[in-house]
Ligand binder design. Structure first.
Ligand code: 5RP
Length: 223
């Protein structure tokens, strides 16, 4: 929790007056939202773009002004968490199922800032199961094709024991690779399968990684 607090506070320092700010999804982003809400209360003028219904609700509660993504053609900065990150600035994302919108906003942003705890900073990606968003139609066929890439696949379920549905009306499958040797190659292979919407590999997208440590320090890596 301390790590999340530290990285959340640091991340909002990158947000400047007048910026359009992409708001990721997750518990670390919740801390960012709280800090940003305080700054807005103190007079900072920004507009946020939410990457999930969850973040949208949280931002509105904190009185962070939001702008409809359909009304803008650029985003100045995106702040988001990750499930794994490595020294090539590659990420695995999607534990909360928001990977598609997060990737769309991250790739449209001038500056993509990632906030993580040190346990998520790994040498090789893949211990965390890779989330992949797929259309519900013929989902078993899609899973079989993804499995041919060398992983075990599980369909993500919700608490009520029905498939988890993303904000885009799709399913999420979690792909257990254990080690991902070439994230860029794998990402291309997965996205080439019909039925796949997108996968949680964010290859070479992050510009800044703010890493929180258990000893209360933070490390910042700039590309
Ligand atoms: C959501 C994500 C999150 O950024 C990722 O799961 C990290 O979440 P948290 O900050 O709660 O650990 O990719 O789709």
């Amino acid at each position: 929790m301390l790590e999340k607090q530290l990285v959340g506070q640091k991340a909002v320092e990158y947000i400047e007056e007048g910026m359009i700010v992409g708001l990721g999804t997750g518990s670390t982003v919740n801390i960012v939202l709280r800090e940003l809400g305080n700054k807005v209360k103190q007079g900072l003028k920004i507009h946020g773009v939410a990457t999930s219904k969850f973040t949208e609700e949280r931002a509105l509660e904190l009185h962070i002004p939001l702008i409809d993504v359909a009304d803008i053609d650029h985003i100045d900065i995106m702040i988001d968490g990750a499930d794994e990150a490595n020294d090539q600035f590659n990420l695995i994302k999607g534990a909360k199922g928001a990977l598609l919108r997060e990737k769309m906003i991250a790739t449209s942003s001038t500056h993509f800032v990632v906030v993580i705890g040190e346990q998520k900073y790994v040498h090789k990606l893949g211990a965390f199961p890779l989330p992949v968003e797929i259309v519900p139609y013929a989902w078993k066929v899609t899973i079989r094709q993804v499995e041919r890439l060398g992983c075990r696949v599980t369909l993500r379920m919700s608490e009520s024991d029905i498939p988890f549905i993303t904000d885009n009306g799709n399913y999420i499958i979690d792909c257990h690779f254990n080690h991902i040797e070439e994230p860029s190659v794998l990402s291309t292979q997965i996205n080439a399968i019909p039925g796949v919407v997108d996968n949680g590999l964010f290859v070479d997208m992050a510009d800044t990684m703010i890493i929180g440590k258990a000893d209360g320090k933070i490390e910042i890596k700039e590309k």
